[in-house]
Design a protein. Structure first.
Lengths: 382, 191
């Protein structure tokens, strides 16, 4: 039976990971990710989770340790944040190229300088091009569920998946959620069987070199697989919904305006919750806007997003990551996806928060109220 | 209707733990609750705020509480430096850990009564209750259990039994003494 509980976001994630029965865990603590791996280490220590927990001296070693275990055919887990994720960067590329299935949880946090431990999505947005799938979560429930779906998708696709929660805003907040029953998760997620693995009894070559033409062909195939991943992620989410009765999709319509509403706002992560309140409050003042959240950043759900935003005259993008010299990173993604539409909406690129700058419902409703004043070409800083 | 609490304390006094126990107790009464601290302020002695929201459905908003129904001040001296009543709702309540009478605190009231204020002011000496049951030291009494007993009484938000049921997950030692202190504060608060 599913069990109702009230947990910190970090603890909810640890429970999600435990339900997936990873055989190897290796991680290095960093605020605000620490409680995730601390809770897992306690679960292993108490014998509730049968897993090899490998203590290491850096994030580089953590991601390298699980590179070994995944190569040997073991379901594995790691988690990081900010500078830690940046330190893993080199091997993130390697995982994708080597087609190694891994689930990594990143607690979004700013990168220094200056030092800042608070929520900011720049750490994972700047890993967009490593070949990992990326999923952003709004609630602790969504994060727990996404981990279960991520293992399934990752192992079917032989691709690594990064699951994001906003540091502190989710990781350090206690909220109510349902913990799925182990039997149901076991049924949904059978044990991992690697098609190829490190095995002295059956020697194979891993990590070899590729000449230019072969390299190009492999990357072309990788890119095609990422496109196919869109369909498979959809399938996994549908299957999850049938079994656990919680529905997720790559792009989610969170709050409806009215049928005449020609403005949409879109964001990703925990900010969506606060945006729900802003949009609801505004609907009482007769400003109707639609709210969307983007869960899947890679592969990018171009078709779904274009369909969702079709007919909108204005799309306001709320960013928590910046590509300096251009503007909001999410805005660039949305623009690219909508460029081919015959009636392209105005895109308002809004840098709503970096480094934990607090987002109140009023922060969002003020942006919507003053939408006519927003620049259509430049990034809008508050 | 959503109810919101803001705890003000000094790092180490247990404001954050108190907010978590409150959320757990509300959960035991089948309510939706959210608890979180001001992030990144984990230093002993530094001013800390922690927040709790309670509702009958899932709580979407994630910004800090700015218009609380209840304010709890765990160290009365903080009132001199922290604007603790900021945003306190009309008809709300502020609970202060102090043996002074409510009117001795100046929130725009006279020195003899708080009757004209838009919110209630309640004081209770939680340090004395904590020390009576051996919780903490003279310098740093541990008041997170008694503060919750007092808050339960004056707010009516949660039953003391639910708080007692929530204690073991958060209080590693002297559980019985914490329970007794919680109930003693519940009895005494608002008298």
């Amino acid at each position: 039976m599913e069990k109702s509980a009230i947990l910190l976001g970090s603890e909810a994630i640890a429970h999600g990971v435990k339900l997936c029965r990873p055989q190897v865990i290796s991680a290095y603590p960093i605020t605000p990710q620490t409680h995730i791996i601390e809770t897992l280490s306690e679960m292993v220590d108490r014998g509730e989770l049968e897993s090899q927990y490998i203590k290491v001296e850096s994030e580089m070693s953590a991601i390298a340790a699980v590179l070994g275990s995944v190569s040997a055919g073991s379901r594995s887990f790691t988690a990081s944040s900010s500078q830690g994720l940046a330190m893993m960067h080199e091997l993130l590329h390697w995982y994708a190229g080597a087609r190694l299935p891994l689930v990594l949880v990143n607690a979004n946090r700013a990168l220094g300088a200056p030092w800042n431990i608070w929520s900011d999505q720049s750490d994972s947005f700047s890993q967009r091009d490593t070949g990992w799938l990326q999923i952003y979560c709004e609630t602790s429930q969504e994060a727990l569920d996404t981990i279960i779906m991520a293992y399934k998708a990752s192992e079917q696709l032989m691709l690594p998946i990064m699951v994001m929660i906003d540091g502190f805003i989710l990781s350090h907040t206690m909220e109510r959620l349902m913990i799925p029953a182990q039997e149901m998760v076991d049924d949904f997620l059978p044990p991992y069987k690697a098609p190829y693995q490190l095995d002295p009894g059956n020697p194979l070559t891993f990590g070899g070199a590729a000449q230019p033409d072969l390299f190009y062909e492999l990357k072309k195939a990788y890119s095609a697989t990422m496109q196919e991943a869109l369909g498979l992620i959809d399938q996994v989410q549908t299957e999850f919904a049938r079994k656990f009765e919680r529905h997720y999709s790559a792009v989610m319509h969170c709050q409806e305006g009215d049928k005449n509403s020609d403005t949409a706002i879109i964001c990703c992560g925990a900010m969506t919750g606060t945006a729900r309140v802003a949009v609801e409050n505004l609907s009482q003042t007769e400003i109707a806007v639609d709210l969307f959240k983007l869960r899947l950043l890679r592969p990018f759900p171009t078709t779904d997003l274009a369909a969702a935003l079709k007919g909108k005259k204005r799309v306001i993008v709320l960013n928590r990551a910046c590509s300096y010299g251009v503007g909001g990173t999410l805005s660039q993604e949305i623009r690219t996806a909508l460029y081919h539409l015959p009636d392209r909406p105005i895109i308002n690129d809004v840098m709503i928060s970096l480094g934990g700058k607090e987002v109140f419902p009023e922060t969002i409703s003020d942006i919507i109220k003053n939408r006519e004043q927003l620049s259509e070409t430049e990034c809008n800083w508050l | 209707m959503m109810q919101e609490i803001r705890f003000h304390g000094r790092g180490g006094q247990g404001a954050v733990i108190a907010s978590k126990i409150m959320a757990q107790a509300l959960f035991f009464e089948d309510r939706y609750a959210q608890a979180f601290p001001t992030f990144g302020a984990e230093r002993r002695g530094a001013p800390v705020a922690a927040f709790v929201r309670a509702d009958d459905h899932f709580i979407n908003v994630r910004s800090r509480v700015t218009t609380p129904d209840f304010v709890v001040v765990m160290a009365a001296r903080m009132i001199e430096s922290v604007p603790v009543t900021d945003g306190l709702k009309e008809g709300g309540l502020i609970l202060i850990n102090s043996d002074l009478k409510a009117a001795k605190f100046n929130f725009g009231n006279t020195a003899s009564t708080t009757a004209g204020l838009p919110f209630r002011v309640v004081t209770i000496n939680l340090n004395r209750i904590a020390l009576k049951f051996g919780l903490g030291t003279e310098i740093m009494p541990l008041i997170n259990a008694p503060v919750l007993g007092a808050l339960a009484k004056v707010s009516g938000l949660v039953k003391p039994e639910s708080l007692i049921r929530a204690l073991p997950d958060f209080i590693p030692a002297r559980l019985k003494d914490n329970e007794k202190a919680l109930l003693a504060a519940y009895e005494k608060a608002g008298e």
